[in-house]
Design a protein around this ligand. Structure first.
Ligand code: FES
Ligand SMILES: [Fe+2]
Length: 345
């Protein structure tokens, strides 16, 4: 079960052009398409004639044309026409609220009368010359909550990402978790340490020395349904750490939009927004490649973890102090789902 009265990232804006895109979100097969350039629509990926996926069809004059026998579907889920047929009595299929914003297509999989575009989280870095952003999409064969656990407990970096962002001081420094309403924040501050390879490269890119001690921070913020923004960075030690003036630090936000596909798979939209050297496109590409490799390491771990869990569904798992961020985030998700059920009941 998933929260459904909420916006999920369905795809990046460039994934749909003249061709429709079929994608399952929260166990619902949906087809996304552009009736006209600059517009976006989404309906069930199920032709009312014989159940063919409409995503195998084409878009013609604003209508989605089924690739099997030519039924023409409208954005509202009502059949507009079909060669040689009267379509007035054809059953409608579901349509979904969709919004294009910040380079993403957002979808609201639940009751469409409750969809409010004002609830889409604001992204300060989008189209902002003070920021640079790069990101990607991974399809991960694991339940989306495993990714929430992963991102709300960065202790794993020491082991999973030992060659890039991991270091033993992460393990040695306790993290702190707070819950403010629906937001869960897990933070860790490490002082007077040597930067790991990823952050050394970032310091060099900004023209800062990479061989002096730094203060490092990780502040993970979860908000429902499953968005996690992680403030990360390092500052030359002794300048105030997280609060250090910009000239002494490199700072960025790891952006994670986690969209459930099925009970055991997800679409993971990852990225990084940074404030240093925002005009340096080569650096954006380099960071994106590095981050892609780091998240591929997580992906392998999560997919194998899901296989284990699926094979032994009754095994109880431990909940240690390092797991608090994930545990609290899961509680928020459970609460959101229960509130939705209460409305329906
Ligand atoms: S299945 Fe779509 S037109 Fe026949
Ligand atoms: Fe990771």
């Amino acid at each position: 079960m998933f929260p459904t009265l909420t916006w999920y990232v369905a795809c990046t804006a460039d994934e749909i052009n003249e061709k429709p895109l079929g994608r399952t979100i929260c166990n619902q097969a949906i087809v996304f398409y552009r009736p006209q350039p600059g517009q976006v629509a989404a309906v069930e990926d199920f032709c009312p004639h014989r159940g063919a996926p409409l995503s195998l069809g084409t878009v013609c004059e604003g209508k989605l044309v089924c690739g099997y026998h030519g039924l023409e579907m409208g954005c509202d889920g009502k059949t507009v026409a079909m060669p040689g047929q009267r379509v007035g009595g054809f059953p409608a299929i579901r349509s979904f609220p969709v919004v294009e914003r910040y380079g993403f297509i957002w979808v609201w999989p639940g009751d469409k009368t409750k969809a409010d575009p004002a609830l889409i989280p604001h992204m300060v870095w989008y189209d902002n010359p003070e920021w640079a952003y790069g990101g990607g999409l991974y399809h991960v064969k694991a339940n989306y909550k495993l990714m929430v656990d992963n991102l709300m407990d960065l202790t794993h970096e020491t082991y999973v990402h030992s060659t890039s962002i991991g270091q033993k001081e992460i393990d040695e420094t306790p993290c702190k978790t707070t819950v403010n309403g629906d937001e869960v924040v897990t933070s860790r501050f490490m002082e007077n340490i040597i930067a790991p390879p990823f952050w050394k490269a970032a310091l060099r890119a900004k023209g800062l020395a990479d061989d002096v001690p730094v203060d490092r921070w990780q502040i993970c913020r979860f908000t429902p349904p499953s968005h996690i923004m992680i403030e990360v960075g390092v500052a030359h030690a002794g300048h105030g750490g997280y609060d250090a003036p910009a000239e002494h630090k490199v700072y960025s936000v790891v952006t994670d939009f986690i969209t459930p596909e099925t009970d055991t798979s997800m679409h993971y939209f990852w990225g990084m927004a940074r404030q240093f050297n925002p005009g340096d496109k080569a650096l954006t590409a380099q960071i994106r490649e590095g981050q892609g490799k780091i998240f591929a390491e997580d992906m392998e771990m999560l997919e194998r973890q899901q296989k284990n869990i699926s094979a032994f569904p009754d095994r109880k798992l431990l909940m240690l102090n390092i797991d608090t961020g994930g545990v609290q985030s899961r509680k928020v998700i459970d609460r959101v789902i229960a509130a939705e059920q209460a409305v329906v009941a």
